[in-house]
Design a protein around this ligand. Structure first.
Ligand SMILES: [Zn+2]
Length: 1020
């Protein structure tokens, strides 16, 4: 599938074990070339499209030839349209846990299935049944076992309903048809036995080679693109006419509606041999362009067709050129394109990207011509890595997607200057990073970021896993991105010529066959005369992170000391740099541990490991050494504004001007200083010094941390850090004047908080998305206070210091459709000790992300010596945030807007109340139900009780409640209008003379607006 997969980084999926996948795991032994065999299937299929009901029906007849040495008692069949039939299929379960969540079979209309199956073997009835686990797999039990070398004829009628095209690869959008994985098809039988597997979105295919003879009947005005050679003269002439007319058309990108279908039908006839699948695409709106490519070696000509509707017509004007270049380059690099034609069609079905089938590819929406070129090259490239070299994509996705992505990058590097990638716009806009500073990012850099971003969090997985075992982020980050990087690494180490020799030998030996990883390894070792264990066992089959360090340079002997921090003896290069250019580069074979190597002596400024960034190195900061000067390892400082992506050979400090405001310091101005955000690093800091214009104070905050990734233990990572902040606030004191009247004075105050912390993230169980974190924190707070001295008749300075220690445990699964979180905290200081917990649960009930949210809170004190830390039913306002954990626009206001801000802590009541304070225990539940449609807001309700409930007033009840309506801007800002509450809260409001307008409060989580912390906390 398409390369844009690599950037869908957010959610992960639950691992789905198919019967097939289990089978692979149990029997993952090498396919020994001398025992190699493959089955053969030759199909004849008739199909007729009903474009009113979005159905097709037909008849299939295939010859199955048993080339194995085994006697077969059954034939396992894939009935993959059934993947779309209910919520229990492998596909449905996988999509439910994916980021897209666009799959819901409760809606009958979106479903698809195949029925009317009646298998006959050699014309006779036969016993068959649907698999008990997967409805998209069937078993045909042969009456007479199929002997080695024998063949049988299997036939069946079929009828299928075409699913909604937005779900996966097969479907229709209106009357645009994408008919793929659509006919009953035997699973592959190989050395490991039957490879039957349910259809999946993440996880592709494995099919037997053979020939196809397919007849498609449909209304006459459809344009059809299909696998293979079209046999009908009349249709070829019609397409030629269309292509001639369309080649001089001035395209607009205006979407057009479907013309009425012709009453008359036509039957199109296609034939193709040496392929393992057949797909077809039909659309009445398609424009047609035709071209050809002369292959580089044989000079044979291949016919090119491109078919597209108006939506992206302008970009597609050049599609024939893109197809030409892809076929030409892949033929030159890998081996000649063996078929007579190639087609690319535009499909509005898949959202972006594209999908490959033999001799035909479907391409989704592209941002620009460059992106279309890259996606067409990638999908056409699959004719080699999928079509011709038919590896088991479900078990070894790297063998098609990964190697193909390497060639995709090579295509970009050769065709576009330095591989500069305009698609970066897409990514930067999604991370809110200013684009300007990133203009030198290459296509390969994007692969590198996709890999390193995951690897530095310790969330990477070995390339060699089966497709369903990868998290969604890693399916892009490892299968596509890292594999492309490591094959580029192999190419740079071996040299392009030797690498190409290896790949071409692989092509020649394994074309139209099912190669296994052992086979490509054996071929490459033979062709290059090198032991490649480090690559195929180390780099492909482990998630060891490559990291070399250049630790010493002896100028006299020109001797280098190199440390390898990984356990893979992988090769590396060292370059001598003079005036910012590599004047000498030497490759060394790998070793483990520490080794001294000789480097040709010369007049260098620096020596650098992997200067050209060809090794997927996790840490390039330790790769260089200066040859002159005192501080050989100290790199030059580089101040940059306001980029965010690291330059591994410079120590960078980024800065951004910052402006802030609060009620006390008023306007504040300063800087935010931070180290590279992306990819994340072990050592991270953000400093924000600000100057408060009113208080003339230095205020602001900082967060400095160091993270250690642990390998192979229950602990995944440990982060140690410190957060600090200091800001002004006010206090009011009351003074009696000579007349005995009280007047209030506002005094400028200041707090300083200092909180070292230790966060431990525990390793997730394989296949689980549950994040477990333990946190320890010690909070030191110094508040500058004023006491009013009666004697001096003026306020005096006084400092109040406090210290609270905290331990926390957090469990969460945010990747589920209905995410939940469980947080427990224990706090202790000299004056109190308490335990409290919070459970959050959201039921997402529509695609717009609207959710019913539940929150349950409970807490109890062990002891309390008159502290201010009691539980509060009404959450906290600024003056109650005793640990200064939240950002308030007003901290001690009693009126106007700032006084209405609160945080949903403790009881979380939206109506501010002083009832329900307890230093014994408290329990509460909060519910938010969104309005239907697109109105941003909903209803809220809170209930709660506490030690002492019912005693506030005579007749008070034991349970408090309030309810009302709310409006929100995302999760950052919510405003609450209470409409009702329990009698004692109402009575309290009355006593305080509060009107409804006074009871409106809001939450405003300013911290969540910090883009720096946001990028740092992107979780994979
Ligand atoms: Zn692909």
């Amino acid at each position: 599938m398409d390369k844009s997969y690599a950037f869908k980084t957010d959610k992960a999926m639950k691992k789905i074990f198919s019967l097939g996948a289990c089978l692979f795991l149990l029997t993952g032994f090498p396919a020994l070339a001398q025992n190699y065999f493959q089955q053969e299937v030759n199909y004849q299929i008739r199909v007729r499209l009903d474009d009113k009901k979005h159905e097709y029906s037909g008849f299939e007849n295939f010859v199955y030839i048993n080339h194995s040495k085994d006697v077969l008692n059954e034939i396992r069949m894939h009935l993959w349209p059934n993947a779309y039939s209910n919520n229990e299929t492998g596909l449905a379960k996988q999509l439910e846990n994916s980021v897209r969540k666009n799959f819901d079979f409760r809606d009958e209309k979106t479903r698809g299935y195949i029925d009317s199956i009646d298998f006959k073997v050699n014309g006779e009835n036969v016993r068959w049944k649907i698999d008990t686990v997967h409805t998209d797999i069937a078993h045909i039990y042969l009456k007479k076992p199929l002997q080695p070398g024998e063949q049988i004829n299997i036939s069946t009628p079929f009828h299928a309903k075409i699913p909604d095209g937005m779900i996966s690869r097969m479907g229709h959008v209106g009357q645009s048809y994408q008919i793929t994985q659509w006919y009953p098809k035997p699973a592959v039988y190989d050395l490991h036995g039957w490879n039957d597997m349910p259809y999946l979105n993440q996880g592709e295919f494995y099919s037997e080679y053979g020939s196809f003879d397919v007849s498609i009947s449909l209304p006459k005005n459809y344009v059809v693109g299909a696998t293979g050679e079209l046999q009908d003269e009349e249709e070829i002439n019609w397409l030629n006419e269309k292509a001639k007319k369309d080649s001089s058309l001035n395209f607009t990108n205006k979407a057009d509606s479907f013309p009425t279908s012709d009453k008359e039908f036509k039957t199109l006839h296609y034939k193709q041999s040496s392929v393992h699948d057949f797909a077809w695409f039909a659309d009445k709106r398609y424009h047609v362009l035709k071209g050809e490519v002369e292959l580089p070696k044989s000079k044979r000509k291949v016919i090119l067709w491109s078919m597209f509707s108006n939506e992206q017509a302008k970009l597609w004007q050049k599609s024939i050129d893109y197809m030409h270049d892809a076929i030409y380059k892949y033929s030159m690099w890998v081996g000649e394109y063996p078929y007579s034609q190639c087609t690319a069609v535009y499909g509005s079905i898949s959202a972006g990207g594209g999908m490959e089938y033999p001799t035909i590819t479907v391409i989704g929406n592209s941002e620009n011509g460059y992106m279309l070129d890259v996606v067409i090259a990638h999908e056409i490239g699959h004719n080699w890595f999928y079509g011709i070299l038919g590896s088991n994509e479900r078990r070894y996705p790297w063998m098609d997607e990964g190697i193909n992505s390497y060639y995709e990058n090579r295509y970009v590097e050769e065709k576009y200057k330095q591989g500069t990638d305009t698609s970066i716009n897409e990514i930067t806009s999604s991370f809110h990073i200013p684009v300007k500073s990133l203009h030198r990012i290459t296509h390969k850099d994007i692969f590198e970021i996709s890999y390193i971003a995951v690897a530095r969090h310790g969330d990477d997985q070995a390339i060699g896993l089966a497709a369903p075992e990868f998290t969604e982020a890693n399916y892009g980050g490892m299968v596509y991105a890292k594999t492309a990087l490591v094959f580029n690494y192999l190419e740079k180490y071996l040299g392009k010529e030797t690498f190409d020799k290896g790949m071409q030998a692989y092509f020649d030996a394994w074309k139209f066959k099912h190669p296994m990883p052992e086979d490509i390894k054996a071929i490459f070792e033979k062709a290059t005369d090198k032991n490649l264990d480090w690559f195929f066992q180390g780099v492909i089959n482990t998630n060891e992170k490559l990291d070399y360090k250049l630790s010493q340079y002896k100028k006299k002997t020109s001797n280098l000391k190199i440390e390898n921090f990984s356990n893979i003896a992988s090769p590396f290069s060292v370059s001598g740099i003079k005036d910012h250019a590599a004047i000498k580069t030497v490759w060394y074979d790998g070793f483990t541990g520490i080794k001294k190597v000789d480097f040709p002596s010369g007049d260098y400024d620096h020596l650098v490991i992997d200067y050209n960034k060809e090794i997927p190195e996790i840490n390039r900061q330790n790769n260089s050494i200066r040859t002159k000067g005192l501080f050989k390892k100290i790199e030059t400082l580089q101040f940059r504004f306001p980029a965010a992506i690291e330059n591994p050979y410079k120590t960078q400090i980024f800065y951004t001007p910052a402006v802030g405001w609060n009620s006390y310091d008023r306007w504040m101005a300063g800087l935010i200083l931070y180290n590279p955000l992306f990819p994340s690093k072990n050592f991270e800091y953000t400093l924000m010094p600000l100057y408060g214009f009113k208080t003339k104070n230095l205020c602001g905050g900082l967060n400095i941390s160091y993270q250690i990734q642990a390998d192979e233990s229950i602990i995944k990572s440990v982060k140690i850090g410190i957060k600090a902040s200091t800001f002004g606030y006010n206090n009011y004191i009351y003074q009696q004047n000579e007349n005995g009247l009280l007047s209030s004075h506002s005094l400028d105050m200041k707090y300083t908080k200092f909180a070292p912390y230790l966060n431990i993230e525990l390793r997730k169980k394989t296949g689980s998305n549950i994040v477990k974190r333990i946190s320890l924190r010690s909070i030191f707070i110094s508040e500058k206070e004023y006491l009013y001295s009666q004697i001096l008749q003026k306020p005096i300075d006084y400092s109040n210091n406090s210290n609270v220690n905290e331990i926390g445990y957090r469990l969460s699964d945010s990747k589920r459709k209905d995410p939940w979180e469980l947080i427990l905290h224990a706090q202790r200081s000299e004056k109190f000790s308490k335990l409290f917990g919070e459970a959050l649960y959201a039921i997402n009930y529509n695609k717009a992300g609207k959710a019913i949210r539940f929150r349950i809170f409970g807490g109890a004190f062990f002891f309390d010596d008159n502290s201010k830390y009691s539980f509060k039913m009404g959450g906290w306002n600024g003056s109650q945030d005793n640990l200064y954990d939240y950002t308030f626009i007003g901290r001690s206001e009693t009126q106007y807007l700032p006084s209405k801000q609160f945080v949903e802590t403790d009881g979380g009541f939206k109506m501010g109340t002083n009832i329900g304070r307890s230093n014994k225990w408290i329990a509460a539940m909060n519910i938010k139900i969104p309005f239907p449609g697109s109105i941003p807001g909903g209803l809220f309700a809170d209930v709660g009780t506490y030690e002492g409930a019912g005693t506030a007033f005579p007749g008070s009840q034991a349970v408090l409640y309030d309810a009302g309506i709310m409006f929100n801007v995302g999760k950052i800002f919510e405003i609450y209008i209470p409409l009702t509450a329990s009698s004692d809260i109402l009575r309290e409001q009355k006593i305080n003379n509060l009107k409804l307008g006074d009871q409106i409060r809001f939450t405003f989580y300013l911290d969540q607006l910090n883009p720096i912390e946001k990028i740092r906390n992107i979780s994979f």
